[in-house]
Design a binder for this molecule. Sequence first.
Ligand SMILES: *Cc1c(COP(=O)(O)O)cnc(C)c1O
Length: 344
Amino acid sequence: MLPVDLRSDTVTLPTPAMRAAMAAAPVGDDVFGEDPSVNALEERLAAMFGHAAGLFCASGTMANQIAIRAHTKPGDEVICDEGAHIYRFEGGGTMANSGCSVKLLHGDRGRFKAEQVAEAVNDPGNPHFPVSRLVVVENTANRGGGSIWNLEEVRRIRAMCTDHRLAIHLDGARIFNAMAVDGRTPAQWGAPFDSLSVCLSKGLGAPVGSVLLGGKSFIAEARRVRKRLGGGMRQAGMLAAAGLYALDHHVAGLSADHQRALHLSLALKALPFTEEVLPVETNIVVTRLAAGHPVKEFMAQLRRSGILVAEFGPNLVRMVTHLGIDDDAVHRTVQALEQIGNEK
Ligand SMILES: *Cc1c(COP(=O)(O)O)cnc(C)c1O
């Protein structure tokens, strides 16, 4: 029996229909701007989110890193939550690629307030301080357990950024998960941001790719940065075609992923050795194990039942539902959890 792989929503495999769409994709040289499938994907997402242009990138990390590079100069400061992907999980890229320092905010499961941003902005007239240049919001917030931002609060942060002449970027790796719950439109989520990255290879199930969205001159600069980083791909339309297919066919299924995550969280809460399960808002379940219950042992127990989960920090375990997790997979996981609970 295949394992139930709850480590990440990046583990999805392209379906036969997606592979057929990829094989049939019209392609050209995208560095020359001549790949019709890449152009179609960039234009479609830009139009959806109300931005002028898009840029197909090899990964979400690349899309975020290009955005940070295009918004900042070396020595500037980026403001984000302490759990932000751009800070924790991009190999130190914000510092290495852009030469920026980072000011971390202590948010509520990844979500900070406009007042916190206002307090974090340095006085631009004081030469001691780095120049505050960019705010990054992550929706949904991964380390917050897939928590969803309040759009009104984001609009307040946007206003704060305008007052202080800061740019604001959305790490929208899971923005479609957020929209499946809050019912907002892509245009509404695109509006407060100068740029956003949208991931196709997580919940949407494409094998590769994220798209960076923004204004015309911003994306022109981003295109140069992408080339400089070696991210200018040639006949990338076969990958873009998977993204187009995903937008047509895999958005509607996200709500079912969220229901399944909720189901898993109930089984986790029932275990005698879980100290806390973060509120489940989307497709991520983060569980804190009580002291004396090592994460590695719990993971090994699950692995013996064919269930794979991710270590997410000391005492923390993460499970993520996605296209590859059906009701049967949830059932198997719940059974394995019940068995572990009974053995204790
Ligand atoms: C996964 C993820 C990314 C980008 O990941 P890649 O693996 O580089 O595509 C960016 N931000 C968040 C919040 C993520 O979860």
